[in-house]
Design a protein around this ligand. Structure first.
Ligand SMILES: NC(=O)C1=CN([C@@H]2O[C@H](COP(=O)(O)OP(=O)(O)OC[C@H]3O[C@@H](n4cnc5c(N)ncnc54)[C@H](OP(=O)(O)O)[C@@H]3O)[C@@H](O)[C@H]2O)C=CC1
Ligand SMILES: O=C(CO)COP(=O)(O)O
Length: 332
């Protein structure tokens, strides 16, 4: 069994802090890197991340640092920064990483500029890393408070996946292991785009039936895309695919759903984007998914409508009209 005694978490946002909490509850030493010294100081002094997870008491085994080299003195790393920032942050680790360091990607998205999945971004900038992906239905605030959930943790090597499961899992946070890195990444990336669409449906008061229909047709899009890229159907139907889609597409705790909700209601979304630009991941992933799907000849009309709306190419009414006037055809 691969031994993981110390976990380094890169990114002291909501999700990085929640995962620090789970690793500490799993009995690991945790070093949590914050790019801002005041955040590191506050976590160490108050056992709380007042900016990102106010009110959650953090485990004593968590030590924060603003020195990224210090966080790399670990047996495994977790990257918990926004998908669009992952390339730069990973590049900053180059000088500090030993050979074959397990690196768990906890971000959900596709890189907008390159259309690359995050495992491929990591392979480009940090070839010494051994990639793993963690994804599934898990709001940081719930996980950090110890509310129960289950997620998927994938690594190409089943032994490494098992070691990471025991380094991050505990009674209330249950990672199921997998070797399907592609499937797990697709679920996490596409569900954020579909969550925006569902938020729009709710914001426009189109009804619960429309929301359920959109989830089902959205899942069909995720499945077609996954099939074309070699993902396993059971991964897409599992925690990181359907599981996370159901959570994010039905809950205003989700930033992606709330963004869609605001769009649908006709609220000003500028402020939402300025404030949470990087982590409303579906906004950046939508055009990337659509471009990749087009290259594969895969039809993703809901994702395409979201991409067209968030990039300002069409208005909401035209997007909805476009989806409703598609020809009727056999389900599949
Ligand atoms: N929140 C959640 O419930 C979950 C989130 N995720 C995923 O985790 C990822 C991070 O989300 P989350 O933690 O919620 O977001 P937050 O906004 O809470 O935190 C983001 C973290 O990344 C840091 N960061 C942002 N931009 C950069 C950059 N350019 N360079 C270096 N560091 C940067 C932030 O630093 P600073 O604080 O200084 O701005 C912060 O520490 C996303 O991909 C999200 O989809 C996955 C599952 C659950
Ligand atoms: O991924 C998440 C829950 O699993 C969090 O979703 P949001 O990024 O939309 O808040």
């Amino acid at each position: 069994m691969i031994a993981i005694g110390t976990v380094g978490i890169i990114g002291a946002g909501a999700w990085g802090t929640a995962l620090a909490q789970t690793a500490a509850l799993a009995g690991r030493s945790v070093v949590l890197w914050a790019r801002d010294e005041r955040t590191a100081w506050a976590i160490n002094a108050r056992h709380e991340n007042p900016r990102r997870l106010p009110g959650v008491v953090l485990q004593p085994g968590i030590r924060a640092t603003a020195d990224i080299a210090e966080a790399c003195h670990a047996d495994a790393l977790v990257l918990a920064v926004p998908a669009q920032a992952l390339r730069n942050v990973a590049a900053g680790l180059t000088a500090h990483l030993g050979a074959a360091m397990p690196v768990v990607i906890a971000a959900k998205g596709i890189e907008r500029t390159s259309g690359a999945f995050l495992v491929d971004v990591l392979a480009e900038v940090l070839p010494a890393a051994v990639p793993a992906v963690l994804s599934g239905p898990s709001f940081a605030a719930d996980v950090a408070r110890g509310l129960p959930t289950a997620v998927t943790l994938a690594a190409a090597d089943a032994g490494l996946a098992a070691a990471l499961v025991s380094a991050l899992g505990h009674a209330a946070f249950r990672p199921y292991s997998s070797t399907d890195l592609t499937g797990v990444q697709i679920g996490g990336a596409v569900k954020n785009v579909l969550a925006i669409a569902c938020g729009i449906v709710v914001g426009r008061a189109l009804g619960a039936s429309a929301q359920a229909a959109l989830i089902a047709r959205g899942f069909a899009e995720m499945s077609r895309f996954g099939h074309a890229l070699g993902a396993r159907p059971e991964t897409l139907a599992g925690l990181s695919g359907l599981g996370d889609l159901v959570l994010t597409a039905t809950n205003a705790q989700s930033r992606n759903f709330s963004f869609g909700l605001a769009l649908g209601r006709g609220d000003d979304t500028e402020a939402l984007l300025t404030d949470g630009a990087a982590v409303t991941e579906g906004v950046w992933t939508a055009p990337a998914v659509v471009a990749r799907a087009a290259g594969l000849g895969v039809e993703m009309p809901i994702c395409a409508a979201v991409a067209a709306v968030v990039t300002g190419r069409i208005g909401l009414d035209d997007a909805i009209e476009g989806l409703m006037s598609r020809p009727l055809r056999p389900e599949g």
